[in-house]
Structures are given as structure tokens and as C-alpha cells.
Design a protein around this ligand. Sequence first.
Ligand code: HEM
Length: 359
Amino acid sequence: MNPSAISTQTLSQENEVIAMTQTIQEQAMINGGIIRPLVYIPHNTIRVVGRLCFGPDFNNEGFVIGIDPLIDDVINLSGLARFSDAFPFIRYIPGLWGSFRQATEILDRVMSILQSEITHYQSSKSPCTTCYLHFLLSHGYPMETIISILFEMFLLSVDSTSSTIAWALAFLIRNPEIQQKLFKEVSGGDEKRERVTVYQVNKMSYLQAGVNEVFRMKPIAPLAIPHKTVKDTTLKGLKIDKGTAVIVNIYAVHHDPKVWDHPEQFMPERFLNENARNVSVAMEQSFLPFGAGMRICAGMDLGKLQVGLTLANLINKFEWVAADGDGPNMTDDYTAILRMKEPLVAGIKLRTNLGTTLS
Ligand code: HEM
């Protein structure tokens, strides 16, 4: 996860985003300009994380397509998992046996897909020695532990980045003037920019502000990941015993009206540094989309980059519009991740600066 490992991926990341915009364009042409972005977006993060885990030569489309629905299935079951952690006896309730059977079946599929990738790595003549799998194998962990750690990487990275991008597109459809402002930045004014690069993305202040505003409005892990105190402690005078589960309400912090003006309003401008008054210390301390402290998100830099790069290229190439009169439904669906209740369906129009039309 270190910056140098991430930067070796830059060219592949850019090429994959461009290939994805091409696929989206082709699918939109077939479907009268309407697409479901979440069919395409997750695959790119799987490829990036796949290279970090298995080495830069990782190129297994069967794995990419196979693991995508498994991640979805596990997230959908996560509510049940939390419930059964709290009330272990629920596994004896006959009405829930089906869900537990399903969980076991999903676990078998997770084991099988990762085991076969690990076997492939181990049988390679020159296996990569800088990837995460090499690190895990060299520590001699049991295979079940290695598989579980690897799967966690995909589980925590794929839906978080994809859902944030989907929320961002939905906000931009609902706020066309903000989308236009963003387009102006990502397209570089009048230039006919074929692609937006990682280097350019890192310099785009309005894009970064927009991405931060999406992270604020829709923190993908609104209650972070539950933690447990390792010793007796106190928090603002409140005594907390060792072993107590502590859950941080990131969503509430991000919507605190004492810190954020009009917290329910989508306003990227609040994050623009040009106006130093805007980004106050209180805002900085109340902005925790990746958690904080020792257990802060391990993929924060990669996640920010993947969201910014994908969004910049999707906006550079297409104008995003409502698929129907009402525009996207912004209602939350909270499992382990804050997703859209109705997965985004959007209309796209090819930007006129790039020529041809879609339908
Ligand atoms: C939009 C992107 C992402 C968001 C908003 C996000 C958010 C978070 C949050 C809130 C946590 C919990 C932190 C806590 O418990 O305090 C977390 C943990 C974690 N995330 Fe992310 N994440 C993102 C992308 C990624 C990516 C791309 C990866 C990996 C490539 C990743 C790997 C992890 C891991 C391994 C943990 C567990 C860290 C630990 O428990 O020590 N995340 N993430």
C-alpha cells in the first residue's frame, strides 16, 4: 500500500479507466444512451488490488469476474453477520438456516477462487517477491488466514471505491452546474483532452473538493469498523471497560450543523483551499471518511486516487444526465457499506469536444 507500490500502477490504472469508458460508450450505444455504471466500475479496482496482492503480472479476467459477485454477496450478508455476533443463538432459528447455509456456500467459493490464484502464483517460475501474497506466505501463516486476509483486501476496497464513484455521479446529475464546472477543470478548458492522467488529477483542486464533498455526504463506512478497547479507559469523562465494542458514528460527525454550513447540501466549494476561511480546523477534525488513528483505512491513498481518476475520465468523456425525469434516487441502503438503495442508472451523452454521438 505504500506510495511507490501504488505509483508503479499508474499507467495500467489509466489504461484500464480509458478501456472502461470505451466499454461504457459501446454499451450506451446499444441501450439508447442509458447505462448502469456499477456493472463496469468495480472491475478496475479488482485489477489494481489484484496486482498489489499477486504481483504486477496479475492478469486473470476469470478471477476479476468471479470475485465481483462474491464481494457483493458477502456485503449483503454482513447485516446478518453483525446480528449473529451480538446474538450467537440466532443461528439456531430455523428461519435463518437458509442464510447460514448461503454464508457457508459463499465461503467455499471465496476459498476456491483465492486458493486457485495462490496455486497459480506458487507454480510460477519467477513469482513476484514484492507483492502482498509473497509477504503473507513468507510469514508462514496458515492458508485459511492468508485467504481471509486477501479477501478482506478486495472486500474493503472494491465496493467502497465503486459506491463512492456512483454517489458522485448521482450528485453531479442532480447538480448540472457543478458538473459543468468540474468538466471545465478536467477537460482543461477548450483542449480536446483524450484522457485525464494521474498527474493531472493530483493537481485538480475542484475535483478534489468535489470528491471530498462526496466522502463527507456519503461516508461509505458510516459507522467505520467496530473496534474494541484493549484496556480500561475514559472518553470525555465516560468510563469504558476493557473489551467494550466501540462504534464511531462518522455519518453524524460529517453532518454536524455546528461544524458544517447546510450539512445536507452538496457544496464542493466548502473544501476549496482558496478561501482559507472555508476549511476550518473544526472541519478538518470532523472529516473522517477513512477513519482515524492506528486502524485508519490501509488503502486511503489508493482509494482517493481511484475515485478521482475514474470520475475525471467519466466526466471528461460523457455528460451525465438523468435516465428518467426524476433523476437518481439518493436514498441510502446501509449494509456494511452505505450504498445507493437503487443502484445508479444514468443517461450519458458523448461530450461534443470529442466528436460523435451515442444514439
Ligand atoms: C473510497 C475509498 C475508501 C473508503 C472511503 C474507505 C474507508 C475505510 C474506513 C472508514 C475504514 C475503517 C477505519 C476504522 O476502523 O477506523 C477502512 C478500513 C480499511 N480499508 Fe478502506 N476505504 C476505502 C478504500 C480502500 C482501499 C482501496 C483499500 C485497499 C486497497 C482499503 C483497505 C482497507 C483495509 C485493509 C482496512 C482495515 C484497516 C485496519 O483495520 O487496520 N480501503 N476503510
